[in-house]
Ligand binder design. Structure first.
Ligand code: PLP
Length: 396
């Protein structure tokens, strides 16, 4: 079984580039150039320099002693929460902005749900002095006000998507529409391992820095370059793709992908695509997708805006179908409990998305002497309003 992409942009039966004819030249330009540009020595030198001095890489691999005692196994946290802007998303936006510059593009567009990808895009646009337009559902603009303020401070124009459910899927549709109308000067920075080929492969390669660092860090700390388990949450799947990347073809490493069950997988309010999804095409690729009998996209739900997406990237659909990764679903309540647990055992306040991965720790069957690496995708600052509302502290 092969887990990397084939020459047509497929992982097994998933992936491809299902785009309207108007978009074909843009996607084709990218397909023909991305690998060539990404692996030019001068490109790598610039990217590595910025990842080190601006983003703050390598991120630490931290042995979580008290958490390990609690679960009776050896748990390391890969600290993507310590990146500039607070999550893994900037690994990808930094790579794509350098690519956009090499392609001579002047105008950057992006979609965002919770606003994390929008902030990471607006940040690199400010850094490079490029125009930035971020599409965001009207509903998300209301519920993610601090990130909207950040994007505006960074000089981005935030355009509300007012169709459909006015959330991430609709923002993505608007961004695609913009790209069709501005094919010459515009580059579309997609925020996860989704979209038409080559985006899933390109984003996975930019995020692969996570598992590349893990290998060196584990070699130093454990005397071998691999763990027994890698655990990561999955929205579209980019932080998981990065954490799994260098271990995909190493069967001794068990890969655990954790989705949001929302109020429960059978509640009708869920985002557990691996359980509820069927094959279909969304945003340019064939993948697993939550849909009705007649193919209408079902609105996903999760307390975590970063996991609230009706599909998964094609790599994850393939990892699910082939059995290479184990999929777990975690409810809102379980994730909230995991937030408090990590905060009080280790002094680290995680993002709600990452807390879904933490909540799966007691379901993976790790033995006392086994090594687990959990990809801590982001920090909890953006979720403080939710935490204040849900947790009742003494005296309040
Ligand atoms: C956006 C986000 C996610 C989900 O996106 P993936 O592409 O699945 O990684 C997870 N964690 C955090 C902190 C995020 O901001």
């Amino acid at each position: 079984m092969k887990y990397s992409i084939d020459e047509n942009g497929f992982y097994g039966r998933f992936g491809g580039a299902y785009v309207p004819e108007m978009l074909y030249p843009n996607v084709e330009e990218l397909r023909q150039n991305y690998l060539k540009i990404m692996y030019e020595p001068a490109f790598q030198e610039e990217l590595q320099g910025l990842l080190k001095d601006y983003v703050g890489r390598p991120t630490p691999l931290y042995f979580a002693k008290r958490l390990s005692e609690k679960y009776n196994t050896r748990i390391y946290l890969k600290r993507e929460d310590l990146n500039h802007t607070g999550a893994h998303k900037i690994n990808n936006t930094m790579g794509q902005i350098l690519l956009a510059k090499r392609l001579g593009k002047k105008r950057i567009i992006a979609e965002t749900g919770a606003g994390q990808h929008g902030v990471a895009t607006a940040t690199v646009c400010a850094l490079m002095g490029l125009e930035c337009i971020v599409y965001m559902g009207e509903v998300d603009i209301e519920r993610q006000a601090p990130n909207v303020a950040r994007m505006k401070m960074l000089g981005a124009t935030v355009v509300p998507a007012i169709s459909g459910s006015r959330t991430l899927k609709d923002a993505t549709n608007e961004a695609i529409r913009d790209w069709i109308s501005n094919p010459e000067d515009t580059y579309y920075i997609i925020g996860s391992v989704v979209g038409p080929h080559p985006y899933p492969d390109m984003v996975a390669r930019f995020q692969a820095v996570i598992s590349e660092e893990m290998m060196a860090q584990l070699q130093e700390k454990e005397g071998r370059d691999y763990p027994d388990f890698v655990v990561a949450c999955v929205g579209g799947g980019s932080n998981a793709a990065g954490a799994f990347y260098h271990y995909l073809d190493r069967p001794e490493v068990k890969l655990v992908a954790v989705e949001a069950a929302g109020l429960g997988v059978d509640s009708g309010e869920s985002a557990a695509t691996s359980v509820l999804g069927k094959e279909g095409v969304i945003h340019g690729s064939r993948t697993l997708l939550m849909q009705t009998e007649d193919g209408q996209v079902v609105e996903p739900y999760s307390i975590s805006a970063g996991l609230d997406y009706p599909g998964v990237g094609p790599l994850h659909a393939h990892l699910h179908q082939s059995g290479r990764a184990i999929f777990k679903s975690i409810t809102d309540e379980e994730a909230l409990q995991a937030v408090l647990e990590l905060t009080q055992l280790e002094g680290i306040i995680p993002a709600l998305e990452s807390a879904h991965a933490l909540a799966a720790l007691d379901r993976i069957g790790a033995k006392p002497d086994e090594v687990v690496v959990l990809n801590l995708s982001g920090r909890g600052d953006k979720d403080l309003a939710t935490y204040l509302k849900r947790f009742h502290f003494d005296g309040e």
